[in-house]
Every structure is written in C-alpha cells, then in structure tokens.
Design a protein around this ligand. Structure first.
Ligand code: PEP
Ligand code: MN
Length: 362
C-alpha cells in the first residue's frame, strides 16, 4: 500500500527559511523558574522557534518523576508571553490533547512509546478531529517503519494536515554507542515515500549523551532533514529526567554556531542517494570499530587487574611479538598494508599499556 498523506506546511515562514526548524527546551517542565530562565536564553540565540517541555512523562519504571502535568501549561504560556517563542509539549491521551487545545499551544508531539500503540494513536487522532494544531509524530521505539507510517496516517485521516515526523532513533539491544540507534535508512525511506513531510531529527534521544549531540545534528543536516529537536536545561546536571543528554542554552548557541549548512552537493539525485548510502555504511563501520576497540580496552583493563593481583609485569615481549606478527599477516591477507597494520596495532597496544599502567599505579 502506497503512502498517501495530505500535508500542509507546519509553518510557512519556517519551512521557507534558510535555517532548519529548531525546537529546544527541557526534557521535563520542573518549575516556572526553570522554564523561564531556559527559554529566555534560548530566545536570545535567535534561532530557536519552538520551546519544548514534557508535562506528562512516560517513564519506564513506576516511581520515577512522571511530570508536573497540566499546571505546566500555565508555565508554557508564560514562556510564550515573555520570550515570544512558540510553545509545545508531548501528548499521549485524549485528555492531554484537550488540555493543550484549551491552553492554545502552538504545536504538540506524540512520543515514541505512544506511536508504538495504535489504540493510543487512534485516541489522540480522534481528539484532534476538527482542529488545525500542528502535530509531530515521533518514530516508534522499535524499528518498524509501517508502525510510524500507520500513526502518521491515523493522525492525517483525522484531518490534521500540518503534520511532521520526529526521528529519535530506535531501541536496539546491540547498540552501545548511542542510546537509540539512528538507523538513518528509515527516515530516508519516509522522505522518499513522502517528500512533503518535514522530518525533525532529535539528536538528544538518539545519542543520550550531550557530547554526541553536535555530531548527530550535523549528520541530520547533511542528510537534508528539516529540523532539530534538542533538549536544553538551564542546569542539565540536576535535571529531573534525561540529565546526561541535555545541553545548556549557551552550549546550544555554540552548537548552532558550529553547524554547517551545506548546499546540496551535485544536482544528480541518483548520485546523491548512492553517496548517502555509502556514507551511512562508513558511519556504521566506524561505530562498530569504536565499539570493538572499547570492548577490547575493557578486556585489557581486566587483564591489568589480574596481573596486578598476581604481581606479574605488564609488558611481555614475546606475547606482543606474537600478536604483531599474527595480526599483520591476517591484515595483509585481507588487503590491508603491512605498514598500516603495524601502526594501527602499535596505537592500540600503547593504549592498552596506558590503561594497565594506570591500574598498576592506582
Ligand atoms: C521526550 O521528548 O522527552 C521523550 C519522552 O522522547 P521519546 O518519546 O522520543 O522517548
Ligand atoms: Mn527526554
């Protein structure tokens, strides 16, 4: 079944603007003061168009902070009044939609956990019937393209035309680098099937770590995504949810400054698509290399501990000679040059020694 969505621009000014749509604000609303102080600094960047803050937080385990609820709507309105930023939050139930419409929010989004459940999506869609508030649909937790499409269709069939998608990555048992695997081919396929739908990338939930947010943001722009949703907090370390991935408004300003908006390379779409595909393959291999080297270093650390407990020296020359010879031969058999293999192994070995030395001296 082909994908047929009837889409209008979420915001004409924004979608024709040179800069991508930028949504930022805390994972969770905590207090009026936290919202205002964050929003005032975000507004000063001049690039943020929507302020976000979660009021109803779907938490994996009971007992975690579940959001301030409806009272946060008043704080959002205050943010708009003071800063002029448009305001948005996450909805998961009909009741949330009704409260947001009543409060006059400028946009709402549907979270990844909700997209996973067609019953919830239908409930939200029914509550939206007859309104024209812009709605963004996050991808489901699991890498199921049809489920994402299905949610977009349900919302669209309820008459919502100002519709967009948020790419926040996918749960993956095997993933170690990111909190959620980006699996870029899925949003790219969405764009191929429905070029009108704006796709906003959420580097915060993809990475789970603030240091990686600039990297995924740049990747999203290089893949022609239409915008970014980046979590920010006036004091991320003490945030009540997702504290490792939120950035300060000042850090966000720096990220914005450093992002490069490249012009579309080449006019030939087949060339571009192929190039993107190959680059994604390279990205995946690089992720795997980093993952494997990190796992190797963990083993080196265990060996270091073991040597220390048994009072054995770190460097055993014959073991190192053996590693070098065997690996260089293996590399050569696989088309890697002798000098590259030697340099690479030496580098890895040096780092293992450094780690073991630290353990010995600890
Ligand atoms: C959020 O945006 O804070 C959130 C809960 O995200 P997700 O639905 O992507 O997990
Ligand atoms: Mn969050």
């Amino acid at each position: 079944m082909g994908l047929e969505l009837k889409i209008e621009n979420i915001d004409n000014n924004l979608q024709n603007a040179k800069w991508p749509i930028l949504i930022s604000g805390p994972c969770s609303a905590e207090s009026e003061q936290q919202m205002l102080s964050t929003a005032i600094q975000l507004a000063e960047t001049g690039k943020v168009s929507y302020f976000r803050a979660g009021l109803w937080k779907p938490r994996t385990r009971p007992g975690a902070f579940e959001g301030v609820g409806a009272k946060g709507l008043e704080w959002l309105k205050k943010v708009r009044e003071v800063t002029g930023l448009k305001i948005s939050t996450e909805v998961a139930r009909a009741e949330h939609v009704e409260l947001c419409l009543e409060a006059g929010l400028d946009m709402i989004w549907i979270g990844a956990r909700t997209t996973t459940n067609p019953f919830s999506i239908q409930e939200v869609a029914d509550a939206l019937r007859g309104t024209d508030i812009p709605v963004l649909v996050k991808n489901p937790l699991n890498p199921d393209f049809q489920l994402w499409i299905g949610a977009l269709e349900r919302i669209n069939r309820a008459g919502v035309k100002k519709l967009g998608a948020i790419h926040r990555g996918f749960s993956n048992y095997d993933e170690k680098v990111f909190r959620n695997s980006p699996m870029w081919d899925i949003p790219i396929e969405l764009k191929r099937q429905c070029p009108e739908i704006p796709i906003i990338t959420d580097p915060s939930h993809i990475t789970g770590k603030r240091e990686l947010v600039p990297f995924i943001s740049q990747k999203a722009l290089d893949l022609n995504m239409d915008g970014l949703m980046i979590e920010s907090h006036i004091n991320p370390d003490i945030a009540w949810s997702d504290n490792a991935q939120q950035v300060t408004p000042a850090a966000l300003a720096q990220i914005i400054k450093e992002l490069v908006l490249r012009k579309n390379e080449g006019d030939n779409p087949a060339f571009k698509t192929q190039l993107e595909k190959l680059r994604l393959e390279i990205d995946q291999y690089d992720n795997d290399i980093i993952k494997i080297i990190s796992a190797r270093m963990n083993v080196a650390a265990k060996i270091g501990q073991y040597k220390r407990d048994n009072e054995v020296t770190i460097l055993q020359m014959n073991r190192w000679e053996q590693i070098l010879n065997q690996r260089v031969a293996l590399g050569e058999a696989m088309g890697l040059s002798n000098s590259f293999m030697k340099r690479m192994l030496q580098l890895v070995h040096q780092e293992s020694i450094r780690i073991q030395t630290d353990i010995m001296n600890a």
